[in-house]
Design a protein around this ligand. Structure first.
Ligand SMILES: [Zn+2]
Length: 258
């Protein structure tokens, strides 16, 4: 059990975070100031590793069953990213954080990007390497990748894609900080995550299909997502309309964090 003085909001640092809901022994709090909903106590590194090492928890096979539709969606999304790129996409560096089977890296390569993909799931990365060669793939987490990448090269990514990953991380500041660090100034970020503030989100949280403790540790709405990104020099400048309760945003790196 955390000491009460340790409980605070990752986005706005508020300590006014009363309990919101408990399910299956997992408890969530909601920040009274910015509305962030977060697992509390949060998973530690060992618990996170165990969660994603369990072969029954990932649903990798089910994911690849939808391969054709995933590829179609990836092509659509990469077109948005390509349009946002001043100076075009040719030879520009693209990174998919949570690349899974390589659908988005494949789509990125078709529009001219030099693509990289990282994912902690070794099976998914093996699939990507086999089916969508030509990109650079790496098994592992973002923060370790970013630290290693930045010591190895001065290159930075012109475009970063991160879809349905942020809700899984225990430390949103470390995660977004690592994204911002590997991005070029004026680089583009396409990010998606569930939207707890969405008008179509079921009022009763357990009825929401993405309310899946403890896999989803953080639930954002547009206000606190904007605030989190701004802390790391990233400015949301476009939000896509979404019928399903999800946030889909484009952000740009506007400053280097000092
Ligand atoms: Zn807050």
């Amino acid at each position: 059990m955390q000491a009460s003085e340790d409980i605070h909001c990752q986005v706005c640092d508020s300590h006014d975070c009363p309990p919101l809901i408990a399910q299956g022994g997992w408890r969530y709090r909601r920040c009274a100031d910015c509305g962030l909903v977060f697992l509390s106590p949060m998973l530690n590194d060992d618990e996170l590793a165990a969660l994603y090492a369990n072969p029954d928890s990932g649903g990798t096979r089910a994911y690849f069953r939808k391969e054709a539709s995933k590829l179609r969606r990836a092509r659509g999304r990469v077109r948005y990213l390509a349009k946002a790129m001043a100076g075009g996409t040719h030879g520009r560096l693209f990174l998919d954080v949570g690349c899974s089977g390589g659908f988005m890296t494949q789509a990125a390569m078709t529009v001219g990007f030099t693509a990289w993909g990282i994912d902690p799931d070794g099976n998914a990365v093996a699939h990507a390497k086999e089916h969508y060669p030509g990109a650079t793939y790496q098994v592992g987490g973002l923060t370790e990748f970013a630290a290693e990448f930045m010591t190895r090269t001065e290159d930075r990514f012109d475009a970063v894609y991160c879809s349905e990953v942020l809700e899984h991380v225990a430390n949103a500041n470390a995660f977004i900080d690592a994204i911002a660090a590997v991005m070029a100034v004026h680089g583009e970020l396409y990010l998606t995550t569930p939207d707890i503030g969405h008008w179509r989100r079921p009022k009763n949280l357990p009825d929401w299909d993405v309310f899946t403790p403890p896999h989803h540790c953080l639930f954002f709405s547009i206000g606190n997502l904007t605030q989190l990104l701004a802390r790391h020099g990233l400015e949301i400048y476009h939000r896509y309309w979404a019928f399903k309760p999800g946030l889909k945003v484009m952000a740009r790196k506007v400053r280097v964090k000092t």
